[in-house]
Design a protein around this ligand. Structure first.
Ligand code: CMP
Length: 140
């Protein structure tokens, strides 16, 4: 398997509880390298555009409001099979279903406030990285 890149967000519930470092340590211990990272405050329009794929879902407004409630940390993660590996390290979307030792099992508060986002496929990883990072921020 070739080296791959994926996109990750440390979400507001985690930055608010000062868990950015703890979550980064779990990503690194799981074999991923943080090759780009920044802490930002999304506008509502930016959150709505990022989650546009969920625009028709009943939780969309709640999700977007949550994502602007505190700063977030956006990241590019690199490693072997990074998209799948990151999803293993994160655990299931709902922390109630997540395996022990995963980020969501250890830190998430609920299905909505689930501490971390990760891309689900190569196409979305490329789109999500490009949404938040310019080429100049992505060191080879
Ligand atoms: P994420 O990986 O960021 O992608 C979309 C997010 O929507 C997901 O994580 C959850 O945090 C959130 N989500 C999914 N289902 C629900 C739901 N039923 N209610 C509230 N939030 C949800």
């Amino acid at each position: 398997m070739a080296i791959e890149r994926t996109f990750s967000i440390v979400k507001p519930d985690a930055t608010k509880r000062n868990l950015t470092g703890a979550i980064c340590a779990m990503l690194e211990a799981g074999g991923l390298r943080i090759v780009a990272q920044k802490r930002i405050q999304l506008t509502l329009a930016q959150a709505q555009a990022f989650y546009a794929v969920h625009a028709e879902r009943p939780f969309y407004d709640e999700l977007c409001e949550f994502m602007v409630s505190e700063p977030i940390v956006v990241q590019v993660l690199e490693g072997e099979n990074a998209i799948l590996r990151n999803r293993e390290i994160m655990g299931a979307t709902n922390p109630a279903d997540a395996d022990a030792g995963t980020i969501r099992k250890e830190h998430a508060l609920s299905l909505g406030e689930n501490s971390i986002h990760g891309s689900d496929a190569p196409e979305t990883a490329a789109e999500e990285i490009a949404y938040f990072f310019s080429g100049l921020e992505l060191v080879g």
